[in-house]
Structure formats: structure tokens, C-alpha cells
Design a protein around this ligand. Structure first.
Ligand SMILES: [Zn+2]
Ligand SMILES: [Zn+2]
Ligand SMILES: [Zn+2]
Length: 196
């Protein structure tokens, strides 16, 4: 959807984020052989599944109050459009980042340092943040699989909100709370997020 140049920004690691990365590295080391085989097979083998084992970040969670996806790897839980911090429930999503974009995986999804939500950074403006004004990007360039079959380790129905640019779960009869007012809107791809 957009072609902005990726900017270099500090990931602002927190205590839980550091722990998550440490665990991620351990897991990646264990999968080293499989990853090496994938690499040897060439670019055609670089499927979203292979990529997610190479570079992904866990601790992304569903918020029961706004239905958004937010990073729970810090001691606090950001700013929720429904008030206070986000409240986590459900799966522990393990989101691929810094891997090539494909016809079924979209990059330019970023962490917002103000609300801790996941938002789309591919437009000139950056939507609406529950902490005020637009979202502010930092850290990894997340690459979200979309329009593929869900498995026992992934969940579909995650959508882009054209009002706030956030990613939220569209699988309930209502659509949570949008920082731009009322419920989230829905547009674009059907994202399928892997979880642990
Ligand atoms: Zn929330
Ligand atoms: Zn934000
Ligand atoms: Zn929204």
C-alpha cells in the first residue's frame, strides 16, 4: 500500500522486551538447522512460516477493551482508547519482522511508542493514537501474513482500521473501541497472525 523508506529508530527495549528477545534467540538457535535448510533451498523456500522462525517477536496480545493488538513486553501496557492501559487476553502472538514482503505478507506494520499498539506505517500520516495525535513508530518492521489459510497455530480476522490505522480483531459482532471515535472501521487484507 505504501513505499516509505524504512527509518532507523531505537527499539527502546524494556525488561520484558529484553527477556522476550533472549528467549527468541534461544528458540532461533534451536531451529538453526531448519532455517539453514530453508536458506539453502533458495528464495522460493522463504515462506512466511520459514521467515517467522527466523525473525519474530512474541508478547503481542489482543486487548479485551479496544480489540486492538498491542505489545505486552513492557512493565506498563500503553494507552487504550477505552481508557487506562490495554488488557491482554487470549493467544500470545509471535509476529514476523524484517523479512521480505510477499504477495501474502505486508510490511510497514510498526510498534507505537505512545499507545503500544500495532499500526500501519505505510501512509504519509500515521492515523490516530489513543495517546493523542498520530501514532509514533519505533523498532521492528513487522511483516504480517494475510489471506492465507489459518492453522492450529494462527488466527485470521485481524484487520486494518482506516480511521486509526491500528490492527484489531474483527472476529466479534462488535468492533471494539477506536481512538478516532466509536468502533474501528475495516478495510484491506485479512491478516493471519501466528501465535505460540
Ligand atoms: Zn486496548
Ligand atoms: Zn499509538
Ligand atoms: Zn480504529
Amino acid at each position: 500500500m505504501g513505499f516509505l523508506t524504512v527509518r532507523d529508530e531505537d527499539p527502546q527495549p524494556g525488561r520484558r522486551a529484553v527477556l522476550t528477545r533472549a528467549l527468541g534467540l534461544t528458540a532461533a538457535a534451536g531451529l538453526g538447522a531448519a532455517a539453514a535448510i530453508g536458506a539453502a533451498a533458495g528464495p522460493a523456500a522463504a515462506t512466511a512460516k520459514t521467515a517467522s522462525t527466523r525473525a519474530s517477536q512474541a508478547d503481542w496480545r489482543f486487548c479485551t477493551k479496544c480489540y486492538g493488538l498491542f505489545f505486552r513486553g513492557y512493565p506498563t501496557d500503553g494507552a487504550c482508547p477505552a481508557g487506562g492501559g490495554h488488557d491482554a487476553a487470549g493467544y500470545n502472538f509471535n509476529v514476523p519482522h524484517d523479512v521480505p514482503e510477499t504477495p501474502t505478507a505486508q510490511h510497514n506494520w510498526r510498534f507505537c511508542t505512545k499507545c503500544y499498539g500495532m499500526f500501519f506505517w505505510g501512509y504519509p500520516d500515521n492515523g490516530r493514537c489513543p495517546a493523542g495525535n498520530a501514532h509514533a513508530a519505533a523498532g521492528y518492521d513487522f511483516v504480517l501474513p494475510h489471506d492465507i489459510a489459518a492453522t492450529s497455530k494462527s488466527q485470521r480476522n485481524w484487520r486494518f482500521c482506516p480511521k486509526c490505522y491500528g490492527l484489531y480483531f474483527y472476529g466479534y459482532p462488535t468492533n471494539g473501541r477506536c481512538p478516532a471515535g466509536n468502533a474501528h472501521g475495516m478495510a484491506g487484507y485479512d491478516f493471519v497472525l501466528p501465535f505460540l
